[in-house]
Design a protein around this ligand. Structure first.
Ligand SMILES: [Zn+2]
Length: 402
C-alpha cells in the first residue's frame, strides 16, 4: 500500500470545514432511548434528541426539537444510548507494527523496550500511515471521536518529521477522526537499561527543529479544529534538560499543548531518587513542565503531595490501565487524583503494551482497577465515562480546564 501523498501538503481538514459551512441542512437524531450529555449538571434524558447543523451539535434535549423551516434528515435513535464521543488521551499509533510481539509478552517495561526498539527503529512513512489507519479505525469502532498520538521515531533527515507526521495526519483524515498528534523526541538515554538503538536517537537541535516544523505544517488552532499539534519529549530518562526547557519555550511561542510520560515504572522513580535526590514530578516541575498546558501519561507512582501539585497547577493525567497492568507497572492512584481535583482522561496507550485499542473497554477497566485499589470508595461508571469524555477534552485543551 502506498501512502496517499496528493493531499498531504496542508492540513486536509481545512477543506472539510469549508465544505460543511456550505451545507444548510439539519440532521436530527431523535427518539434516543437514553441521552447522557456529560455536562456539569450531569443532565441525562430519556427519549432524547440531537440536532446537528454544519457538522456541529446545535441542540440536545428530550421530546421533539423545533428546527423551524429547516430541511431535516431524521435518524432514529431507538434502542440506543448516546454520549459525547470518547477521547483517547495517550497512544503510539506506530506501535501497531509490534502488536502481540511474542518476545514482549511476559516482561516488564525495560525488557519490553529492548524487545520492541529494534523493530521500531526501521519503521517508514508507509508503516506510520498503515498503523495509524488501523489503530484509529479500531478506536472509532469503540466510540472514540478524538485521539491524541505520541510519535517519537523519526528518520534523521531534515524532511523526516514532515513525511512521518503527514502520514499520521492523512490516516486520521481518511478515518474521519479528530486528531491531536504530538511530535515526540529522544535525544538522550540514561543507563537504566532498555536504551534505544542509535538509529532512534536524534540530536537536540533536530528534535526541536522537527517539533517546530510539525507545528508550522499541521497545527490548526481554530475552534473545533480537526488537527491540533503538540510537542512531547519522551520521558525524563530519554531527554536532556535542554530539550525539556527549549521545547517548553517552543510550545509557549506557538500556543500548543505539551505531553510526556512520567512515573510509569518504579525503577525510574528509584533511579532519580538515588542519583538526584528528587522525585520525578518534582523534577518535571523544576524543568517547567508541571503547568496547565501539560498532560502526563501514566503517573502510576505519585505521592499525595505530588497529586496536590498536579491539581494546583491544572496539569492533566492520562490513565492507561491496560498498559499498566500488562507491564506490571502498578495501579495509578486515580481515585485520589479525582478526589483532590486532578483532571484525568483515559488512554489506551500503544498496541505494543495493550495488544488492542478499545477505548470503551479501557474506560470499564479503569473503573474496575480503581475499585481494586480503593474498595472503600468505589469509582462509578458515570465517573469513568466523564473521564473518557469531558476529562479527555479538558486535558487536551479542548474545553475549559479543570
Ligand atoms: Zn506511552
Amino acid at each position: 500500500m502506498r501512502v496517499p501523498t496528493k493531499r498531504l501538503n496542508k492540513s486536509p481538514w481545512k477543506e472539510r470545514v469549508n465544505f460543511l459551512s456550505e451545507d444548510s441542512t439539519v440532521t436530527i437524531i431523535e427518539h434516543i432511548d437514553y441521552l447522557a450529555t456529560m455536562d456539569d449538571a450531569q443532565t441525562e434524558w430519556q427519549n432524547g434528541y440531537i440536532v446537528i447543523q454544519n457538522g456541529v451539535i446545535q441542540a440536545v434535549g428530550t421530546g421533539t426539537p423545533d428546527v423551524g423551516t429547516a430541511t431535516a434528515t431524521r435518524i432514529s435513535g431507538r434502542g440506543c444510548i448516546a454520549t459525547p464521543g470518547l477521547i483517547n488521551t495517550h497512544h503510539h499509533l506506530f506501535q501497531k507494527v509490534t502488536r502481540v510481539l511474542v518476545a514482549a509478552q511476559n516482561v516488564r517495561l525495560i525488557e519490553w523496550k529492548r524487545a520492541n526498539f529494534h523493530y521500531w527503529s526501521f519503521i517508514d512513512e508507509e508503516a506510520v500511515y498503515v498503523t495509524a489507519l488501523v489503530a484509529l479505525s479500531e478506536l472509532a469502532l469503540s466510540g472514540c471521536s478524538l485521539s491524541s498520538d505520541l510519535l517519537y521515531v523519526f528518520p534523521v533527515d531534515v524532511n523526516g518529521t514532515v513525511r512521518f507526521m503527514q502520514s499520521a495526519v492523512a490516516a486520521a483524515h481518511d478515518v474521519g477522526m479528530r486528531f491531536q498528534p504530538t511530535r515526540g523526541g529522544v535525544d538522550f538515554s540514561l543507563d537504566t537499561g532498555g536504551a534505544p538503538p542509535d538509529r532512534m536517537m536524534e540530536s537536540t537541535d533536530d528534535v526541536l527543529l522537527g517539533m517546530e516544523r510539525a507545528i508550522q505544517q499541521f497545527h490548526d488552532p481554530s475552534p473545533g479544529s480537526m488537527c491540533r499539534v503538540g510537542i512531547a519529549p519522551n520521558s525524563l530518562t530519554m531527554c536532556t534538560p535542554r530539550l525539556w526547557m527549549e521545547s517548553r519555550d517552543l510550545a509557549k511561542k506557538y500556543g500548543v499543548t505539551r505531553h510526556t510520560h512520567v512515573a510509569e515504572f518504579v525503577e525510574e522513580l528509584e533511579y532519580f531518587q538515588e542519583t538526584m535526590g528528587m522525585r520525578l514530578i518534582a523534577r518535571l516541575a523544576e524543568l517547567g513542565w508541571i503547568e496547565s498546558d501539560v498532560w502526563l501519561a501514566h503517573v502510576v507512582h505519585a505521592s499525595s503531595a505530588e497529586i496536590d501539585l498536579l491539581a494546583a497547577n491544572g496539569t492533566g493525567v492520562s490513565h492507561c490501565p491496560s498498559s499498566n497492568m500488562r507491564l506490571g507497572s502498578g495501579i495509578a492512584p486515580v481515585r485520589d487524583m479525582l478526589d483532590r481535583g486532578v483532571c484525568v482522561g483515559i488512554g489506551v496507550d500503544g498496541s505494543a503494551s495493550n495488544d488492542g485499542g478499545n477505548l470503551l473497554g479501557e474506560a470499564r477497566l479503569a473503573m474496575l482497577l480503581s475499585r481494586v485499589s480503593r474498595r472503600d470508595r468505589l469509582t462509578t461508571a458515570r465517573e469513568v465515562l466523564r473521564m473518557a469524555t469531558v476529562g479527555g477534552a479538558q486535558i487536551l485543551g479542548r474545553t475549559m480546564r479543570c
